[in-house]
Design a binder for this molecule. Structure first.
Ligand SMILES: [Mn+2]
Length: 207
């Protein structure tokens, strides 16, 4: 049994297919996505369809979180996210069903992180999907994390691939022309697919 954790996908369907081909899962393997499956890239709908088909356990990202907050839309666009309502509306129940984190015996998967000053379970959903640096320290959230469970997260493309003592950032900015990353926990092995193109300007990565 192997465990694959995939970083932010953002509609990069071609790269997702190639990453999964490279992993070549069998029935005993489990696959997780850190969330932000949708938006900014070209094919959010097909990405969700593929994750559903392969029973990929997907964590709520800030883009899915905001999609739900804005749903149903007044019109067909939401300015700050610029996603099209109709593009993924068929998948609304799947998006609603996403967990905000997965806590296993020896690891946690969460989209962004959490404030370690507060017990994990007491962090707000907004914090779990959006934190990078903490307001009260000005430092990355994980600087204050000394827990034994390894945390796999995404959300921070500008930080890029990051292996800390007990944290790993897997958002390597595929949609911004970087790579799509997956990490196989049992093999301590990173697999990556380079983006076919730059789909979105990273300097717009404010959310
Ligand atoms: Mn993201």
């Amino acid at each position: 049994m192997r465990t694959l954790v995939i970083g932010d996908i953002h509609g990069c369907y071609d790269e997702l297919r190639l990453l999964l081909d490279k992993f070549n899962p069998d029935k005993s393997d489990r696959i997780f996505s850190v969330g932000d499956v949708i938006n900014r890239g070209p094919e959010s709908y097909k990405c969700i369809s593929l994750l559903k088909e392969l029973n990929v356990v997907t964590i709520m990202g800030n883009h899915e979180h905001w999609y739900l907050k804005c749903y149903p839309f007044e019109d067909n666009t939401v300015t700050s996210f610029n996603f099209r309502r109709l593009e993924i509306e068929d998948h609304i129940e799947w998006i609603r069903s996403l967990p905000y984190f997965i806590m296993a015996d020896d690891f946690i998967i969460v989209h962004a992180g959490f404030d370690p000053v507060i017990a994990f379970k007491d962090n707000t959903y907004d914090m779990l999907v959006s934190v990078r640096t903490l307001e009260h320290t000005g430092s990355p959230w994980f600087d204050g994390y000394f827990g034994s469970k390894h945390i796999y997260f995404g959300h921070w493309a500008k930080l890029g691939l990051f292996f800390g003592k007990n944290v790993t950032n897997l958002d390597t900015g595929c949609v911004y022309g970087g790579t799509l990353s997956g990490y196989i926990i049992e093999e301590n092995r990173l697999i990556q697919i380079p983006a076919k193109k730059t789909y979105h300007n990273i300097y717009d990565e404010t959310l």
